[in-house]
Design a protein around this ligand. Structure first.
Ligand code: PLP
Length: 443
C-alpha cells in the first residue's frame, strides 16, 4: 500500500534502489540498462563518484541562501561556464524544472517588450507537436494535442505553425533548403496575419524530443527562422530542456544550426539528474533592457539560483568538458544510428532512423513505402515498452508521433559515458525487442 500519488495509480512499479553507470537496479536485484536516461536526463549515468563528491563538498559549505538576499559562488561560476560557451547569450537564471523555467522565459520575453514600450506584444507563436512543459503557461504553448487535451479549457490559445519534420513533410523534389524556406515563409505569413506588433516570440525545440522522437531541423531552417524573427522584432526562444547540454553532440544543440537565439532554456541533462535544476539564458540586450528599464526581473521563486543545485550542475558540466564526453556523444551517436540502420535495413516496420549525437529516434510504420502509421488503437509503442522492460532495457517509446494521435516512435538517449560495447548491447537488445513484438508476438 503506497501513499504516493502516482501518475498511474494502477501501475505496480518496481522500486529503484541503486544505480551504477549505465545501469539501474531494483529492490529485487533486477538490472535495467538505462538507454533513455529516464526521460533524457541521466547523461553521466548513475552514481558518478565525481558528482557525488561535489555534492558532499557543497553540502558541507552551503546548501541554500535566498537569491533575493545573496549571490552565491556556484551560481556565478555556472553562469560564467554556460554563457562563455553559448551562442551569444550573456546572462543565466537558474530554477529547478523545465516547465517552470519555460514559464520564466515566457514572462521575460513579454517583460522585455514591455520595457521597450511594446506592451501589446503578448503572443507567442509555437509549433505543432513541440512540447514545452506541464505547467499551464508551458502547456499553453505546447503544440501536442494529446498533452493539452483535457486541460484545453485552462490554456491560453497559442498560434501554431508546422514543425520541421522532413521525414513526413518535405515534399518530393523539394530540397532541404527549400523545405526550410517554405517553413520560414509560413512563420512570416503567420506573423503578418496576427499583426507583427502583437507577437512577442517564436518558440521551438531545437531538436524535437519526446513527442516526435529526436527530429532535427533541416540545414538552414533555423537561420531562415531567425531572419523572419529579426524582420519583425520577434524574439527567438529555443527550448533545449531535452536536447541541450551535450545530448546532440554540442553543448547547445543550436550551435550546429548556426543560430543565436534571444532566449534559451535548458534543464534535464544540466545536472544529469543528480539534482533538479534548469536554466534560462538570455542576450545582453534583453538583460539590459530590464536593467535600465524597470530594474527588476519580475519573477520571484524560492529556489532561484540554488547553490547546491548550481554546484552540482557545474561539476556535471565540468566533467563532460574535461573528459571530452561530447566527442564521445558524437562518435557513439554515429555508431548507434549506423548499427540501427544495418539491423533494420530490410525491416518492413522501421520507417525512419534519425537524430543527432546520442539523441536518436526510430519511427515505426505499418507500411514502409507509403509511411502509413499503425492504427492508434494498436498502441504499438506500449507493446514495445513492455517488451523492452521484460528484457531489462529502458527506452522511451511514445505514440502520437505525427499529430498527437497517429504514429509511433522510440526515443533513445544513452548516457554520454556509453562505450562501443554498450551501444552494441543496446542495439542487439532492441532488435530482440522488435522481434518479440512483430515476429514472436510476445503479448
Ligand atoms: N521542454 C521540453 C523540450 C521537454 O522535453 C520537457 C520535459 O520533458 C520540458 C520542457 C518540461 O520539463 P520538466 O518536465 O522538467 O518540467
Amino acid at each position: 500500500m503506497t501513499h504516493v500519488f502516482r501518475r498511474d495509480p494502477n501501475a505496480d512499479l518496481p522500486v529503484a534502489v541503486r544505480g551504477d553507470g549505465i545501469y539501474l537496479f531494483d529492490r529485487e536485484g533486477r538490472r535495467y540498462l538505462d538507454a533513455c536516461g529516464g526521460v533524457v536526463v541521466s547523461s553521466l549515468g548513475h552514481n558518478h563518484p565525481r558528482i557525488i563528491d561535489a555534492i558532499k563538498r557543497q553540502v558541507d559549505r552551503l546548501s541554500y541562501a535566498h537569491a533575493g538576499a545573496f549571490a552565491n559562488e556556484p551560481a556565478e561560476e555556472l553562469a560564467d561556464f554556460l554563457t562563455q560557451r553559448s551562442p551569444g547569450l550573456a546572462y543565466a537564471y537558474f530554477l529547478s524544472g523545465g516547465s517552470e523555467i519555460m514559464e520564466v522565459a515566457l514572462k521575460t520575453a513579454y517583460q522585455y517588450h514591455l520595457e521597450c514600450g511594446a506592451s501589446e506584444r503578448s503572443l507567442v507563436i509555437a509549433r505543432r507537436q513541440n512540447y514545452h512543459g506541464s505547467t499551464l503557461g508551458a502547456l499553453s504553448i505546447t503544440g501536442n494535442a494529446q498533452r493539452r487535451s483535457i486541460f484545453e479549457p485552462l490554456l491560453a490559445r497559442t498560434p501554431l505553425v508546422s514543425p520541421c519534420y522532413a521525414y513526413r513533410d518535405q515534399r518530393l523534389g523539394e530540397t532541404e533548403v527549400d523545405y526550410g524556406q517554405r517553413l520560414a515563409r509560413e512563420l512570416d505569413e503567420t506573423i503578418l496575419h496576427l499583426g507583427p506588433d502583437k507577437v512577442a516570440a517564436f518558440v521551438a525545440e531545437t531538436v524535437v524530443g519526446s513527442t516526435s522522437g529526436a527530429v532535427p531541423p533541416v540545414p538552414g531552417y533555423f537561420r531562415a527562422i531567425r531572419a523572419v524573427c529579426d524582420k519583425y522584432r520577434v524574439l527567438l526562444m529555443l527550448d533545449e530542456v531535452m536536447c541541450g547540454m551535450g545530448r546532440t553532440g554540442s553543448l547547445f544543440a543550436c550551435l550546429d544550426d548556426g543560430v543565436e537565439p534571444d532566449i534559451l532554456v535548458a534543464g534535464k541533462g544540466l545536472a544529469a539528474g543528480y539534482v533538479p535544476v534548469s536554466a534560462m539564458l538570455v542576450t545582453r540586450r534583453i538583460h539590459d533592457a530590464i536593467k535600465s528599464g524597470s530594474g527588476s526581473l519580475r519573477n520571484g521563486q524560492t529556489f532561484v539560483n540554488h547553490p547546491l543545485a548550481c554546484a552540482t550542475a557545474l561539476e556535471v558540466q565540468k566533467t563532460i568538458a574535461e573528459e571530452h564526453l561530447v566527442d564521445n556523444v558524437r562518435d557513439r551517436g554515429q555508431q548507434f544510428r549506423a548499427l540501427l540502420s544495418e539491423a533494420f535495413a530490410e525491416h518492413p516496420h522501421v520507417g525512419d532512423i534519425r537524430g543527432r549525437g546520442l539523441f536518436t529516434g526510430v519511427e515505426l510504420v505499418d507500411d514502409r513505402p507509403t509511411k502509413r502509421p499503425f492504427p492508434a488503437r494498436r498502441r504499438l509503442h506500449a507493446a514495445i515498452k513492455t517488451a523492452a522492460w521484460r528484457r531489462g532495457l529502458m527506452i522511451y517509446p511514445m505514440g502520437g508521433t505525427i499529430d498527437g494521435t497517429l504514429g509511433d516512435h522510440v526515443l533513445f538517449a544513452p548516457p554520454f559515458i556509453s562505450t562501443k560495447h554498450d551501444i552494441e548491447t543496446i542495439t542487439e537488445t532492441f532488435a530482440d525487442v522488435v522481434k518479440d513484438v512483430f515476429d514472436r508476438s510476445v503479448p
